[in-house]
Design a protein. Structure first.
Length: 349
């Protein structure tokens, strides 16, 4: 059965729309428009009110552009998918309200999609062989989660961050080093110039830990260690690249080793790496080099790892094809549990 979905993503500071066609397990991206809000760079972080207003101004044109790229109109759309959480509440409200109105007007089925489930589906858009079971590491500015995925819609939480998310830590460290927000890409470029032996920072929750923290993460202490190193440094400019390299190497080692341990424990030969931090090439390379023998690592291209509507369309089309629907009572939720998520003993909720 073929199903074509128009999807919306407005959870933070990207306004995005996409047209995704599903044929069985194969998802084809027909059109994708992403409009980022650069104004937040001035403030060193996302300003919720400004984000919401920008979504209101651009959601219509972005949808039009995605449909234009797909070479079609709303007449060829079989359903509407939209991110309804988690994220900035005002920003989510724009997308959810637009999607509900459009679905009602066109008499189309509506499905709300969890943002993180979208990240799990992102690699499917480029490789249809990416199917459960697999181990997944989701790393972004707001989340760090290690999951076992026996099947779509069935998610076992193995571990999560106890404080800062990985992407949040990268951004905060970038600010300490004088980089503009968001700092992820700049941090990677800077670290590539650094000496890996100059600074050795702690690997939090990696050695000598309680069993319940085996797959949990913590980046607050690592961030503090870098801050202290900066405070002791006589010439930060001369050491900036080395400091960035030391921080990045420590963060990546923790992420990779815990993921490899989980894949080995659950006997998964496929690992899915998703979220904005998955755009970090050093992380991708380390993940592929250090997984157990015979384990494949699937990572979507950078455009599909940052916040985008294509991944929402992939997840939403699967749920629509499974017969799931939402009605006009669908709400935007700034805090929303991943549907089908179970919490084994020891995992951080």
């Amino acid at each position: 059965m073929s199903l074509t979905v128009l999807a919306l993503e407005t959870s933070c500071d990207e306004t995005s729309a996409a047209v995704v066609r599903r044929d069985g397990d194969r998802c084809t991206l027909e059109g994708l428009a992403i409009l980022s809000q650069d104004i937040h760079r001035i403030f060193g972080g996302v300003v919720p009110e400004l984000a919401s207003r920008a979504h209101l101004e651009t959601v219509g044109p972005v949808c039009d552009e995605a449909l234009k790229q797909a070479g079609g109109t709303l007449e060829g759309i079989d359903g509407i998918a939209v991110t309804h959480g988690p994220g900035l509440l005002g920003a989510l409200l724009v997308g959810v309200t637009w999607a509900k109105t459009l679905a009602w007007r066109e008499r189309l089925p509506l499905i709300g999609v969890h943002h993180l489930e979208g990240h799990l589906f992102a690699p499917v858009l480029e490789d249809p062989t990416v199917q459960p079971p697999f181990t997944a590491l989701l790393v972004s500015g707001g989340h760090t989660m290690l999951l076992d995925v026996p099947a779509w819609g069935d998610y076992q939480l193995l571990g999560a961050t106890k404080d800062d998310a990985a992407g949040e830590a990268f951004d905060k460290v970038g600010t300490l080093l004088g980089l503009d927000y968001p700092a992820g890409a700049a941090m990677e470029r800077l670290a590539a110039k650094g000496d890996p032996g100059r600074y050795t920072f702690p690997r939090p929750l990696l050695r000598g830990i309680a069993e319940e923290d085996r797959w949990n993460f913590s980046f607050s202490g690592l961030k503090t260690a870098l801050l202290r190193a900066v405070q002791k440094c006589d010439d930060v400019d001369a050491h900036r690249a080395h400091l960035a390299r030391g921080f990045q190497d420590a963060a990546i080692e923790v992420l990779v080793r815990k993921t490899a341990d989980a894949a080995l424990e659950y006997q998964r030969d496929l690992v899915v790496l998703g979220g904005g931090v998955a755009c970090n090439r050093a992380l991708t390379v380390a993940m592929r080099e250090q997984m157990p023998a015979g384990t494949r690592v699937a990572v979507a291209s950078p455009r599909l790892n940052t916040d985008n509507a294509a991944m929402i369309g992939a997840a939403g089309s699967w749920r629509l094809a499974s017969g799931q629907r939402h009605d006009s009572t669908l709400e935007a939720r700034d805090s929303l549990p991943l549907p089908g998520l179970a919490h084994p003993t020891g995992a951080v909720p």
